[in-house]
Design a protein around this ligand. Structure first.
Ligand code: S3P
Length: 448
């Protein structure tokens, strides 16, 4: 059954110290990209530690529908690609479920092909703006049919020959950057993306590893200028997917908040475009030791030892936003237990994630006794270090709005609150972290 079809509530209770060593599931961003580039490249790609969450499964199915062969042998995913420029027209609409990344990146990957492809998704994905990807694709010659507001279902029909563009990103979005670069793979000449604020760079790194001619230069104003030579040869690679820092964030914050905790999270991706939460929590007083830092498969990786800590509220620098964009919900939960106030600003992108995360977080915090102020693009949280009075004694559940990170963030909150914290649906967690409840309870958390 797909996540979110029948809601299953869950409840978290104040827990004893968390102890143990765990491994975070494979990074979602890298898993999507590994399947896409593996499916596109000539020859065989072998992927280990691929995230087997629903979001990534949808991307695997989409790549199969576009002509790639994807199968699992033992612990390794084997992808036999079609060769750059040789994707096939799918027989049916591509269903991306809850996955914005899978959907938007595949729009770039196949949208410029000279056939029609239709994209559909779940009740959350059909509300999310696709115009940010459709606009540059139109410049490349793609004909677009979309529902009102540029939403799914979307049908894309590429031109005979795509037009390589130079595109300046209007918002800090790795998905938009990646969609344009992936489209550029099938356009003659050089496609350029200008990125005023750096976002996660997994697409650039992986394209280079697969043999694409891609360069990155820093412009006079500090912007990144990424140039990709289209229609080059891509060759299958071996990819070992590092652990997802956005998933590691949940046991990490839980260990900080539950007194007496001492845990180690192994194999966490430490790419600087993804470590904003760790830096912020350390500024708040968190004891997070970065151990065994190493370079593995083209990415920085480390083990994190996390001990319970007394946190202090801070003002989070706005420019750090892109490196912790998915971590604001769980940071807001950490802030609820910090001394003083935590100010988070520049959060307009949170309104267009799997849910309107800014309002979902504020509503959840208020329901569980946290004093906070929500503004159009900011959130101020007033913490209560002991957790006294936090939670909801009546058992009222946080509305998760088909958003895995809202569900996991509030279950973490319940582990350190005086009263329980309930969420209205835990099934959606399987999109990014299928083993979340098992992993957390294995550390000593009480989640039912
Ligand atoms: C992602 C980019 C981010 C992030 C998402 C994954 C990616 O989205 O929130 O979970 O893999 O490129 P935006 O590009 O919309 O910021």
């Amino acid at each position: 059954m797909s996540a979110g079809l029948i809601a299953r509530p869950a409840i978290a209770r104040k827990s004893e110290a968390l102890r143990g060593t765990v491994r975070a599931p494979g990074d979602k961003s890298i898993s999507h990209r590994a399947l896409m580039l593996g499916g596109l490249a000539a020859g065989r790609t072998r992927i280990t530690d691929l995230l087997e969450g629903d979001d990534v499964v949808h991307t695997a199915r989409a790549m199969q529908a576009l002509g790639a062969t994807v199968r699992k042998e033992g612990e390794t995913w084997i992808v036999d690609g079609v060769g750059n420029g040789a994707l096939l027209a799918p027989d049916a609409p591509l269903d991306f479920g809850n996955a914005g990344t899978g959907c938007r990146l595949t729009m770039g990957l196949v949208g410029v092909y000279d056939f029609a492809t239709t994209f559909i998704g779940d009740a959350s994905l059909i509300k999310r703006p696709m115009g940010r990807v459709l606009d540059p694709l139109r410049h490349m010659g793609v004909q677009v049919t979309a529902a009102e507001g540029g939403c799914l279902p979307v049908t894309l029909s590429g031109p005979k020959t795509a037009n390589p563009v130079s595109y300046r990103l209007p918002m800090a979005s790795a998905q938009v950057k990646s969609a344009v670069l992936l489209a550029g793979l099938n356009a003659p000449g050089i496609t350029t993306v200008i990125e005023p604020v750096m976002t996660r760079d997994h697409t650039e790194r992986m394209l280079q590893a697969f043999g694409a001619n891609l360069t990155v230069e820093t412009g006079a104003g500090g912007e990144r200028i990424i140039r990709l030579q289209g229609q080059g040869r891509l060759t299958g690679q071996d990819i070992d997917v590092p652990g997802d820092p956005s998933s590691a964030a949940f046991p990490l914050v839980a260990a900080l908040l539950v007194p007496g905790s001492d845990i180690t999270i192994r194999n966490v991706l430490m790419n600087p475009t993804r470590t904003g939460l760790i830096v912020t929590l350390q500024e708040m007083g968190a004891q997070i030791d970065v151990l065994n830092a190493r370079f593995q498969g083209g990415e920085d990786v480390a083990d994190l030892r996390v001990r319970s800590s007394e946190l202090k509220g801070i003002t989070v620098p706005e420019e750090r936003g892109p490196s912790m964009i998915d971590e604001y919900p769980v940071l807001a939960v950490a802030a609820a237990f910090a001394e003083g106030r935590t100010v988070m600003s520049g959060l307009e992108e949170l309104r267009v994630k799997e849910s309107d995360r800014l309002s979902a977080v504020a509503a959840g915090l208020k329901l569980n006794g946290v004093d906070c102020e929500e503004a159009p693009a900011s959130l101020v949280v007033h913490g209560r270090p002991s957790g006294k009075g936090l939670g909801n004694a009546a058992g009222a559940a946080v509305a998760t709005h088909l958003d895995h990170r809202i569900a996991m963030s509030f279950l973490v909150m319940g582990l350190a609150s005086e009263h329980t914290v309930a969420v209205d649906d835990a099934t959606i967690i399987t999109t990014s972290f299928p083993e979340f409840v098992e992993l957390m309870t294995g550390l000593g958390a009480t989640i039912e």
